[in-house]
Ligand binder design. Sequence first.
Ligand SMILES: [Zn+2]
Length: 316
Amino acid sequence: MKMSVISHQSGPFSTVSMGLPGDHEGKTATRVFFVRGTDRIGLIDSGLHGGLPALKQAFEELGIARSDLDFLLLTHEHMDHVGNNGWLKAETGCKILGHHARADRVADNMLNARTIVHAFPEGEQFDLNTEYLDWMGPTEGPIEEFIKDGDVIDLGGGVALEVVEVPGHSMSEVGFFELSTKTLVLADPLLPPFNPVLYLYEDPNVMRATFDKIEKFLIERDVQSVLLAHDDVKTVVESQKLVDDCRRRVDKVEASMITHMKANPGISFSELRDKCCDDQNMVREWRALVSIDASLKDFVAKGLAEKRDCGWHYVG
Ligand SMILES: [Zn+2]
């Protein structure tokens, strides 16, 4: 008897958990969410390509015929969320919906991989293409219809998903709010505490604005529970705590950068990176690296830091 891949069921939702390979094994999983209305069936994200056996098993366990899937709804373009787009498109004929902002990357695996690698700070070499392509799968499934904040996807019988834009972790990111059960589905804007990945190489100000937006949304829309792509289902109180914790993690990275630039005028990027990672107990991996790079760029834009004689100075 195979282990079930369905980790949670509530109302119209069935959560499928896919283990992550390599370094990430056992640490976290990517979750994708089937949403069943009376007339139509949606799937939020296609997961990482290595999770394809789990996805196939989920169709069987849930008794959903492949041809019955109507929509694949994408939260954002990252590899562990779009890895089975091509397979789903070919096998089910579903329509793929997503935000326009990174549609070019969803349509092109190589471009998706390259943009991550190219975002790295100068002098730091990480070849992620292999890992990235492994996780994305051999084929793409491009977005066929764009969705934006406030759009509603009606699945029938009162089950409907409202699009909620939550940029910051990715500038294309959206969540989905199911109106009949007041369930909010979020992929990566809120990540579990052991995880340094929040705003990657994007803009920390946009990330912070999204934390505020989510906090307000939880109260104003009377959210009953939150489903997360890399964490267990949360109550509203638990989600509020998580938002606070995420905010503190961004603040901590920046406070630590300022401390080390002040204490070591002319500090190199790699030294700054190492010291910041030590402060947060973060592994010196690319996610931590690109977040520090993003905050440094933001400091420069605000006139708080500048590069002189190959080193970084705090001038705020
Ligand atoms: Zn992501």
